[in-house]
Design a protein around this ligand. Structure first.
Ligand SMILES: Cc1cc2nc3c(=O)[nH]c(=O)nc-3n(C[C@H](O)[C@H](O)[C@H](O)COP(=O)(O)O)c2cc1C
Length: 215
């Protein structure tokens, strides 16, 4: 521990937000997120690190109900295509709830901004570091939302070109996430995909090695 460490209670709060964050797809219908809370969450997202400080994120708040339904329809189309691509797990996948677009209090589309090719610092050999940076912003939002008592779900089941067209994105921007945000009835203590017996998370020691790749 160094002199820069947070207090015990503050550290516990940080680790608690990390441990108790969940991907949420069930929301309290008709609930709202107060404006000041929403402003804090977006500020938390915007405080994320980004490669070369390029801040490649764009947050598009969806407040139009018709647009929300059209986004839902796009996701549902891709959900069916995904099910088809899954072959033998098709029916099992279709039984999962994979989004809460029509129920959540707030809906955001997160996109990679335009003109990213001008940013070379940290991206010459790894251009995908723009997406890594946006992911950091989304994770900040996710953790801050959990601390505020709100759930968030990251939806990636959509065709980015179709969503980009729907929202008028420039050709070199790209939608990478649909975020469902709002009050939830409860936070499960394990990933929903484990509870639904779709997949099982593996323990940390299987992912850590020393001085080289562990086979
Ligand atoms: C990049 C990314 C995309 C995701 N896309 C979806 C999605 O489209 N639908 C869904 O139900 N969950 C989605 N998830 C949530 C994961 O299924 C979830 O994070 C994982 O099962 C672990 O559960 P937890 O987040 O509650 O710990 C996504 C998560 C990430 C990080």
């Amino acid at each position: 521990m160094t002199e820069h460490a947070f207090s015990d209670a503050e550290r516990r709060a940080v680790y608690r937000a990390i441990a108790e964050r969940r991907d949420m797809r069930r929301f309290v219908q008709g609930a709202k997120v107060p404006n000041d809370v929403l402003a804090r969450l977006l500020q938390a997202a915007h405080a994320a690190p980004s490669v070369g400080l390029m801040q490649p994120w764009r947050f598009i708040r969806i407040t139009d109900t018709t647009l929300r339904h059209r986004i839902h329809a796009l996701v549902d189309e891709e959900r069916l295509r995904t099910a088809d691509a899954l072959g033998r797990r098709c029916d099992e996948f279709l039984a999962l709830k994979v989004e809460g677009i029509l129920e959540c209090a707030e809906l955001f589309v997160v996109a990679l901004g335009e003109g990213r090719q001008a940013h070379v610092f940290g991206r010459r050999t790894l251009p995908q570091m723009d997406l890594a940076s946006v992911s950091c912003a989304i994770q900040n939002l996710w953790l801050a939302a959990r601390a505020e008592g709100l759930g968030m779900g990251w939806v990636s089941i959509f065709d980015p070109r179709a969503l980009g067209e729907l929202l008028g994105l420039p050709a070199d921007a790209e939608a990478v996430a649909i975020l469902c945000l709002g009050p939830v009835p409860e936070f499960p203590d394990r990933p929903q995909l484990e509870l639904d017996r779709w997949a099982l998370g593996r323990p940390l020691d299987e992912f850590v090695s020393e001085n080289g790749w562990a086979s």
